[in-house]
Design a protein around this ligand. Structure first.
Ligand code: ZN
Length: 159
């Protein structure tokens, strides 16, 4: 069985009044995440992990933040491109494990919805998607959100 592992990391600052989207799910919040796209820190970390696993260019190289096409774009576009590239190389996702780090908002009430949405986007069972919410506890500043994730891919033809 041929397998690949990828590591993704992303962070965005909070921005008052911008819609907050995490893992493709709209979160009820007075602030969103600053960024050229919708600022979905979870989808960006997963996208970069998949791209890393297949040895591709990273998310910033493929989707330049100076390119007007990606302005306020849904980050599902980025994930779909990464999955397309993985598929072209014969890989599919086995599982993803994410750590979301922010003191606000609390993602616990949204965890199930995020896992279900990621399961749909990635084409895996819900139990192959993990999201762990953590508070900073002295790590970094409180002005944004961070996401780290690992992804495992396997060759479709070799099971
Ligand atoms: Zn990002």
């Amino acid at each position: 069985m041929k397998i690949r592992v990828g590591l993704g990391f992303d962070s965005h600052e909070f921005e008052e009044g911008k819609p907050l989207v995490l893992g493709g799910v709209k979160i009820d919040s007075p602030f969103g995440l600053k960024g050229h796209s919708d600022g979905d820190v979870i989808l960006h970390a997963i996208t970069d992990a998949i791209l890393g696993a297949i040895g591709s260019e990273d998310i910033g190289e493929i989707f330049s933040d100076t390119d007007q096409r990606w302005r306020s774009a849904s980050s599902e576009i980025f994930l779909k491109e990464a999955l397309k590239r993985a598929k072209e190389k014969g890989y599919r996702v086995v599982n993803v494990d994410c750590v979301f780090i922010a003191d606000k908002p609390k993602i616990a009430p949204y965890k199930r919805a995020i896992r279900e949405n990621l399961s749909r986007l990635l084409g895996v069972e819900v139990d192959a998607v993990s999201i762990k919410g953590k508070r900073r506890e002295g790590f970094a500043r409180e002005e944004g959100a961070v996401c780290m994730c690992t992804v495992l891919l396997e060759r479709e033809d070799e099971g």
